[in-house]
Write a protein that binds this ligand. Structure first.
Ligand code: HAM
Length: 418
């Protein structure tokens, strides 16, 4: 009997060697600035009580109304695979009283997220984000630093063709004032029932509608930015001034609406110009009401999520991946069975110095092993036999140009670091 092969679920992005090395590198580069800024790791469950996202992310959003992977577990509880990270962080902070200690609570996370979207290039049903959240302090300097940390992540990838767009979605009084006029405007439009219901939940959603006739109709709609309270306006001015002083370029996008309902105040998106329709490589903002909505204190918060899959696509588009980082420094070929232990010892020595070393295993001929060395892409190759063992010296072949370099085993790092 022959069994059929199985395939990964539709729209799922997985990373296998050798591509996974580039993926890992991108992920590390993106989150490293947050670690340097004192953010600490939070490892959270990938599934949560469905109510967390209904309440936290908002029922008017596509994410909650159409895209969640929700199921009943064996105990009859409604469980959802996390579509984003902020609500889970907030749940954990409240549950473990982290907000009763030093503020802001500064955490970073990294992992898979799940949205049942229509798959296409750069849009997956399981995708990867790295993110940070800073909870408990409302200071425009913090907003600027959060944006700067995201920007540094993209700079670490040597990306150039991206833009930062910012806006302010205002505080509660700004939004209340805007809502009155926006609802009046929307009432006059010829909208279907479902769209009207959405507008009731969050009228800002209508700005995000992709249908041309609605886009058109919304051209003259009142803009939230024109309704900012004195406090929100001053806050946003300060954020912009800090960004100017940090030399971070941005444009103000007055019509930006993010796909999650919790945003207030400073809100931002990083857009990459080479990625086609799925151009958002990262986004975030303030969510000053979220903690309270989830049953905690009335504390503010700000953070971002960066799309690792899309940042990798952007790095490929701009050709900025340092491919030499993804191959081994040294490939060691033992001449015969009796040299294997020695080859393992040399490999261990090299690795302790922080270099990557691989050993040729099995019983291949020297020619076969050399082919393996070639395929591995290693920078140097050493063949190790009786002579090398006795003399304590090896001959390294530099694979880029075939140069042979004789070196003492104890001094291998000198050549490998060159
Ligand atoms: P978001 O804008 O929904 O924000 O997602 C952040 C990033 O994740 C996007 O800019 C995009 O790069 C990536 N992304 C989202 N959906 C997909 C998908 N289906 N396939 C591939 N990549 C995707 C959030 O999730 C907020 N939690 C960010 C945040 C943190 N705001 C405050 N704190």
């Amino acid at each position: 009997m022959k069994f059929e092969k199985l395939a990964a679920p539709k729209g799922v992005r997985e990373y296998l060697p050798p591509e996974s090395q580039a993926f890992e590198w991108v992920r590390e580069q993106l989150i490293y600035p947050a670690k340097l800024a004192g953010y600490q790791l939070m490892e959270l469950p990938v599934f949560e009580d469905t109510a967390l996202f209904n309440r936290g992310v908002g029922e008017s959003t596509d994410v909650v109304s159409k895209e969640m992977y929700t199921f009943e577990d064996r105990g009859g509880r409604s469980i959802t695979l996390r579509p984003e990270g902020t609500a889970g962080v907030m749940r954990a902070v409240i549950e473990s009283n982290l907000d009763r200690g030093q503020l802001p609570v500064k955490v970073w996370y990294s992992g898979q997220f799940f949205r049942a979207e229509r798959p296409q290039a750069g849009r997956y049903r399981q995708f990867y984000q790295v993110g940070i959240e800073a909870i408990g302090i409302d200071d425009p300097a913090l907003d600027a630093e959060v944006i700067a940390i995201a920007d540094q992540g993209f700079k670490n990838l040597s990306l150039k063709n991206y833009r930062l767009e910012i806006t302010s979605l205002g505080d509660a009084p700004s939004r209340a004032a805007h809502r009155v006029d926006l609802m009046k405007f929307i009432e006059k439009l010829d909208l279907d029932e479902a769209t009207r219901a959405r507008a009731e939940l969050n009228p800002l959603r209508i700005f995000d509608d992709k249908r041309p006739e609605i886009k058109n109709a919304m051209q003259d709609a009142p803009i939230l930015m024109d309704y900012l309270s004195e406090y929100s306006r001053a806050h946003f001015e300060k954020v912009k001034s800090y960004l100017d002083q940090l030399n971070i370029a941005y444009t103000v996008n007055k019509r930006m609406v993010r796909g999650l309902d919790y945003y207030t105040g400073t809100t931002f998106e990083f857009v990459h110009d080479d990625l086609g329709a799925q151009s958002g490589i990262g986004g975030g903002g303030r969510y000053d009401g979220l903690m309270e909505v989830l049953g905690g204190q009335a504390l503010s918060g700000i953070g971002f999520g960066l799309g690792v899959d899309r940042a990798l696509l952007a790095s490929i588009a701009e050709n900025t991946l340092p491919t030499e980082n993804f191959t081994s420094d040294l490939y060691i070929i033992p001449l015969g069975e009796e040299m294997k232990a020695f080859a393992l010892t040399v490999a261990a020595k090299v690795r302790i110095q922080g270099f990557t070393a691989e050993v040729a295993f099995g019983d291949r001929s020297l020619k076969g092993s050399m082919k393996g060395a070639d395929k591995s892409g290693a920078r140097f190759v050493a063949v190790i036999g009786e002579t090398e063992k006795e003399s304590g010296s090896v001959e390294l072949k530099r694979m880029s140009d075939g140069t042979l370099i004789s070196v003492k085993i104890e001094e291998l790092q000198k050549v490998l670091s060159a």
